[in-house]
Write a protein that binds this ligand. Structure first.
Ligand SMILES: [Zn+2]
Length: 462
């Protein structure tokens, strides 16, 4: 029974537990993260890799972190430079149509998509629900056709809070579908939007191509338009006119922003606290992932404000190019390959900023018990649940795979994928209270990992 009354402080002293509580409370009443997010989204705007806004955001965040007294370096990387063009589509022939009419189709080009001729293309649409049906198409069935992958996002799964799982089941159609369609000789490819919105909003995202095959035009259609096309296709031939004019320009130089809050006794030991600075171009990247960047900035801001200097270095990273191929994360893993033994932990927030219910960890099973004293300090904000996971953030996954313990806030996942990669990912979607709850989780956790008596237990490299 005594264990319930005094569960112990584990790897921390009573003073350090007190510091966690002060950081948590300060996070909840601080407007730094919100102000930074407002600037990134409303003032700078969308931050697509290779864009002038992404470059401006790098300079802005670097200056803000310098102002906090952190040691800032810009880590050079090379990123894709894709620019959206015109994107229109209409059905021009289908069963039962009124003569001389069209039906508008709402879509948006996928990142990396190739272009149609400026005047567009007109072609029949072939609809498949999944890869199994795609594989069974007779050879040549897609020659000169537009292929639609009509795989529905599982809204029920998302409604139960497992938005990430629902996304994982569908996103492969967007990432791999275009390359497969090109390999089968399709003229262009459409993918049902990977997301839960019901307001006829298309969700963009990256498409990957085999460099040996043509970069065919690729777009996401809204769920409503995918249903329409699929319905008409069961009744007879459907013809579409499609115009997509994006440009794939030469790669450009860009940067990860790295800002170290130096450790007082073990500066070489590093805890990464991070989000990705690039975003898609339809909205302003507030929940994906401006929020992750600013809650990570807030972690350093709170240490400065409370004059707390943990033993190990807390390294803020604003990653570049998560959305278009994670060039920034690959550069970091290569540049710091020899230092990963001194990386004590890696945190990333990249699942929005709804209410956090706790912490997801990826690493040794012992982490659960080791972290328990930290989780208890997050109970007052309802964020004390520890759960094991295998994906704590695209940018830190490669570091985590080398045995570095990985962490991310566990988010209420019911709503994120309604806005994700759409024009509706804007500043107003962020609840200031939830933003600060996430900042509290990131800041308390980063501090705890940087100041524990012994480093967090490590896993063997995967
Ligand atoms: Zn993201």
């Amino acid at each position: 029974m005594a264990r319930f009354l005094d569960p112990g402080n584990g790897a921390w002293t009573a003073e350090q537990i007190d510091a966690m509580n002060r950081i948590r409370d300060a996070a909840l009443s601080d407007d730094f993260a919100l102000a930074e997010l407002r600037h990134l989204t409303d003032n700078i705007g969308p931050r697509l890799s290779g864009s002038p806004q992404a470059a401006q955001a790098v300079d802005y965040v670097a200056a803000e972190m310098r102002a906090l007294g952190a040691a800032v370096t810009l880590e050079k990387t090379t990123v894709p430079h894709w620019v959206r063009g015109l994107e229109t589509a209409a059905l021009v022939n289908w069963n039962g149509m009124a003569p001389n009419t069209v039906q508008k189709i709402v879509l948006t080009a996928l990142g990396g998509s190739g272009a149609t001729p400026a005047a567009g293309i007109t072609a029949p649409v072939v609809v498949v629900p999944d890869f199994d049906v795609f594989k069974r198409l007779p050879p040549g069935a897609l020659k000169g056709k537009i292929l639609l992958f009509n795989h529905a996002f599982d809204k029920q799964l998302a409604a139960q809070g497992s938005g990430g799982e629902a996304y994982g089941q569908s996103v492969v159609y967007r990432t791999a579908g275009p390359g497969l369609a090109a390999s089968a000789g399709a003229l262009a490819v459409l993918v049902r939007s990977v997301g839960g919105t019901e307001y006829r909003l298309p969700h963009t995202g990256v498409a990957f191509y085999d460099p040996a095959l043509p970069r065919i035009p690729a777009a996401a259609v809204t769920a409503e338009d995918a249903d329409l096309i699929a319905d008409l296709a069961t009744q007879g031939a459907v013809q579409m006119h499609l115009t997509l004019t994006p440009q794939n320009l030469p790669k450009v130089e860009s940067y990860n922003v790295i800002a170290d809050w130096k450790g007082s006794t073990h500066p070489e030991q590093v805890v990464i606290v991070s989000g990705h600075l690039d975003s898609w171009d339809l909205g302003t990247g507030a929940i994906d992932d401006g929020a992750g960047v600013v809650v990570s900035m807030q972690a350093i801001h709170l240490l400065q404000k409370l004059n707390i200097h943990p033993q190990r270095t807390i390294r803020f990273v604003a990653w570049m190019d998560e959305e278009s191929g994670s060039e920034g994360a690959q550069t970091y893993a290569a540049d710091h390959a020899g230092e990963l033994k001194d990386h004590v932990a890696a945190l990333e927030s990249d699942l929005g900023c709804d209410h956090p219910t706790g912490i997801i960890f990826d690493g040794a099973p012992e982490l659960r018990e080791w972290l328990a004293p930290v989780a208890r300090q997050l109970a007052p904000i309802g964020a004390a649940v520890l759960s094991a996971g295998e994906d704590v953030g695209e940018d830190v996954n490669s570091v985590v795979s080398q045995g570095v313990p990985g962490f991310t806030p566990a988010q209420d996942g019911r709503f994120y994928f309604n806005y994700h990669h759409t024009a509706a990912d804007t500043f107003d979607k962020v609840d200031p209270r939830h933003l600060n709850e996430n900042a509290a989780v990131m800041a308390v956790l980063a501090y705890a990992l940087a100041d524990s008596s012994t480093p967090a237990p490590r896993a063997v490299a995967k």
